[in-house]
Structures are given as C-alpha cells and as structure tokens.
Design a protein around this ligand. Structure first.
Ligand code: SAM
Ligand code: SF4
Length: 326
C-alpha cells in the first residue's frame, strides 16, 4: 500500500474501545465523552476481517489501542484472531497498564509482541493528579512488573510532557534508562478540543527535554528498539535503555508516516488529525468489498497534519486522542 507521496503504509493502529478507566488531563475530559453505542462498535470478528482484507493489500503490523484496550473483555481472543492472519508479522499494544498485571501473561501467549505503557510521572500523587483516578499508581507498577516478568521486550514508556506537572522529572525518567532496558519516550502534547488551555499554556518541547538530559551526561543518537514509530532515540554511554523523543509539534515527521487508523466504530482514518475518514463498518456489515474503500482512503492520505498550538482548528473536530487511538 503506497500513498500518493510514495509513503508505504504497512501499519494499522486499531482502537478497540473509545472508553477509558483514566481521565488523563491532556487526553479525556473529566466527565468522559459521548460514548459509542455497543452496536456501533466493531466486533472482534469484524476487526479481524478488516485486518485480513488489509493484510491481503500489504499490511504487516498492527497495534491495539483505545481508549484503554484492556477494559474490553477477552482482548486475548482478538490477539489470537489477528495472529492467525497470514502476513501479519507483529502485534503490539498501547496501554495505561492499570489492568495489565492480570492480563500480561495471556496477552503474551496470545501473540502480543511489544508493549507501550503510558506513565507520566514516577510519583504516586502526581499520577493521581494527571490521570484523575486516585489509586492508579500501584496498579500501574504491578502491571509493569508483570510485563517485565513475562518478558515483554522492548518495553516503551510514554511520557507526555506537561509544564508544572511532570517537567521536573525529566532527569528522573532519563536516569531509569541507565538501570533498566526501558525506552523512555518524551512526547510533545498535541492540542485537541478537550485540552486547549493545557496544551497552550503547559506545552514543553522535546528540545527542552533533551537539553536537560544532555546536561546530565552526553548522549549519543542510536537506532532505537524495533518499532513502527516516529521517535528519535538517544543513549547514555553503556546504558541498557534509551531516551526517545516524539515531536509532533516542533518537528513533524509526517513525511515518514507509515500508518492508518481504525477507530472503534470502524472508521478508517488516513491521518490522526483532520476530518478524513472512511466508514468501513457499514459496508462490511452489508457484505461489500472493502478493498476499493481502503484504496480510496490511502489515496487521500494527507501530506501532513496542520496542528496549531492552542487551537482546535488543526485537529479537525477531534476532541480527544482516545477517540482515534492516539
Ligand atoms: N490508553 C492507552 C494509553 O494511554 O497508552 C492507549 C490510548 S492513548 C490515546 C495513546 C497515547 O496517546 C498515550 O501514550 C497517551 O499518552 C497519548 N496521548 C493522548 N493524548 C495526547 C495528547 N493530547 N498529546 C500527546 N499525546 C497524547
Ligand atoms: Fe485513557 Fe490513554 Fe487517554 Fe489516558 S491517554 S485518558 S489512559 S486513553
């Protein structure tokens, strides 16, 4: 699958639910969103059917995300169904890890190869404040321990930078990479309809994070762990882990974009932002051929996003990244 700019698309991010057990300040409003109705959400069979069709067109890698994917029942069943699709080489998962401890082993044996875990602070009170669900921190730690114990590797930790809430922990996060083979990725906050004040007033660039890491000790650019993503990685001399940066605002990496997104309601989106999406769910339920619809979505994949700091204009009506899987 190649788009009109020559970008090869072999990677699909699948949101399995729009709901979440946390309310991260930069993502979801405290009161939640207008949730999708159950009948509007793709079943596991339907998701697997879309993956099968796309695999026939060249899809190779899949990531399950949300909302919080682990709140959807029997997720390992979906993982097994996708694992069985010929051509799919890699299945990964993005999670907040609150429910991971009980599921890590099943997910691994079902076929999840790699995990990304969101963790915005190393201090319990701050995780409570940022996630707005008190008591999450110990569960997340149990989830990370379980992930380590069952051998998920590489383990990537996503940290959204928020001035005044976690920016004084940049060094603490970076220090972890000297001890553990974790890949700590600092992410620039993107503006959406739900976070305009925060993203306008509490934005920190990854350049600033890297300046602070470099002040600890010199770092060298490295290839980074296997993955599909836009991160750039660095390493302290001899460290087992890496520090990565994801810079959607300061340096967009759209020219390297290799993905499309399938929302929980079966909309295929060629870009995280903007209004373009193709309804695959209704044609799938009507027994129609999805290939022309997928080809058309690829054809209209935009050259880049047009996010504007402090404005919802560029996000194209998107209220929260939880709606599209981030
Ligand atoms: N619930 C899972 C999690 O938190 O990992 C998966 C879904 S979440 C939408 C996927 C990723 O998007 C997380 O790493 C989260 O931190 C990130 N994210 C959400 N809103 C964001 C925003 N406004 N700017 C930057 N990253 C954001
Ligand atoms: Fe939930 Fe993930 Fe959004 Fe946090 S970032 S509210 S964990 S979907």
């Amino acid at each position: 699958m190649k788009d009109q700019f020559g970008r090869r698309v072999e990677y699909l991010r699948i949101s399995v639910t729009d709901k979440c057990n946390l309310r991260c300040v930069y993502c979801m409003p405290m009161e939640g969103l207008a949730w999708l109705k159950r009948e509007d959400i793709l079943s596991y069979e339907e998701i697997a059917s879309v993956v099968r069709t796309m695999a026939g067109m060249g899809l190779k890698r899949v990531r399950l995300t949300g909302g919080e994917p682990l709140i959807r029942r029997d997720l390992p069943d979906l993982v097994r169904m996708i694992s069985a699709v010929p051509g799919i080489e890699d299945i990964s998962l993005s999670t907040n890890a609150v429910l991971l401890a009980d599921q890590a082993e099943d997910l691994k044996s079902a076929g999840i190869q790699r995990l990304n875990v969101s963790l915005d602070s190393l201090r319990p009170d701050r995780v409570d404040a940022i996630s707005r669900r008190p008591g999450s921190f110990p569960k997340i730690m149990e989830g990370l321990d379980a992930a380590d114990a069952v051998g998920f590797s590489p383990l990537k930790i996503n940290v959204v930078l928020i001035r005044g809430q976690n920016d004084d922990e940049i060094e603490d996060f970076a220090r972890i990479t000297r001890e553990r083979s974790w890949h700590i990725r600092f992410i620039e906050m993107m503006p959406t309809g739900a976070n305009l004040d925060l993203s306008a007033n509490s934005f920190i660039s990854c350049a600033e994070a890297l300046r602070r890491v470099r002040a600890m000790e010199s770092i060298e650019p490295v290839e980074g762990p296997f993955g599909n993503g836009p991160a750039t990685y660095y390493r302290f001399p001899g460290a087992p882990g890496t520090v990565g940066v994801i810079t959607p605002m300061s340096h967009n990496y759209c020219d390297r974009c290799n993905r499309m997104r399938l929302t929980a309601s079966g909309q295929l989106r060629p870009c995280l932002f903007g209004e373009l999406e193709t309804n695959l769910r209704d044609p799938l339920r009507a027994g129609e051929d999805l290939v022309p619809l997928i080809e058309e979505t690829l054809r209209v994949k935009p050259e880049r996003h047009y996010l504007i700091q402090g404005s919802a204009a560029g996000s194209g009506g998107l209220v929260a990244l939880s709606q599209t899987g981030g």
